[in-house]
Design a protein around this ligand. Structure first.
Ligand code: F6R
Length: 254
């Protein structure tokens, strides 16, 4: 199902697999139409299926990343790239090593920078120099995008974040104990994200249903960081039925 609402395109797919395939198809289309596309990429559970689908497409010669460039949204801090919990490691294992990006074309925030402020500035400069064509986002249960947590203002550029207790709890599933979850991260800011020419947001599962409703129908507020996407002029949301559980009736009635 495809619905247009308030300038956004919303796809509601039957399940996680079809959501993932739809997202992969849009990323592949972007890179096919513009070989040197700059992709903004996300980690977490939600995009895993999308990366798997893209790898399959690559193996079947349906997509080519040889000219593409990527910038990831975030990385824990402090963390070494070789740590299996790092987002460097995640991206390498789940995506980069299986496809054909050129060496040096994949960028992530430095989780080990000694001068974090300087590293954030350099990351911003690199992003603005290239310009993101297509930004892929997941969404936290509290409405965060990247690691822009609910706040009293929108943080614009790449910055060091103190993660919310809820985010640490949600991410604990990837660690042996909750104490091991890093409490800080380096994240692109809202301005970096809003500068992307196109944005795709993917969400799956009932746990995301309330925040999806708040993001689409609620006020635009830094308390729900993803609500700012209402102001972007090219947003596509790809949700599974469960994530769309609270909005379907409203969208139909709109
Ligand atoms: C990850 C990121 C986060 C996740 C969000 C949802 O790079 O930026 O905003 O997208 O925490 O995570 P999952 O997909 O694990 O529910």
């Amino acid at each position: 199902m495809r619905i247009n609402y308030n300038g956004m395109t919303i796809f509601v797919k039957d399940n996680y697999e079809s959501m993932s395939k739809k997202a992969a198809a849009l990323v592949a289309a972007q890179v096919t139409l513009k070989a040197d596309s700059v992709l903004g990429l996300a980690t977490g559970s939600t995009p895993e299926g999308m990366y798997q689908a893209l790898v399959q497409m690559y193996l079947q010669d349906e997509v080519d990343f040889s000219e593409a460039i990527s910038f990831n949204l975030d990385e824990y801090y402090p963390i070494d790239a070789s740590n299996p919990q790092s987002y460097h490691y995640y991206m390498e294992e789940k995506f980069f090593k299986h496809v054909n990006f050129k060496e040096g074309n994949n960028h992530l925030p430095d989780g080990k920078a000694l001068d974090v402020e300087e590293a954030c500035k350099a990351y911003d400069e690199a992003i603005y120099e290239h310009g993101i064509d297509l930004q892929v986002l997941g969404i936290g249960n509290n409405g965060h995008i990247g690691f822009n947590e609910p706040d009293v203002h929108f943080e614009s550029s790449t910055h060091l974040v103190k993660l919310d207790v809820g985010t640490i709890e949600a991410n604990a599933r990837f660690f042996e104990t909750i104490e091991e979850v890093p409490t800080r991260a380096v994240s692109m800011g809202i301005k970096n994200i809003m500068h992307a020419k196109k944005i795709i947001l993917i969400a799956s599962g009932e746990a995301k249903a309330d925040i999806i409703e708040a993001m689409i129908f609620g006020d635009i507020t830094p308390k729900v960081p993803a609500s700012i996407l209402q102001l972007h002029n090219d947003v596509t949301m790809i949700l599974d039925q469960a994530a769309a559980g609270k909005i379907l009736a409203k969208l139909m009635a709109a």
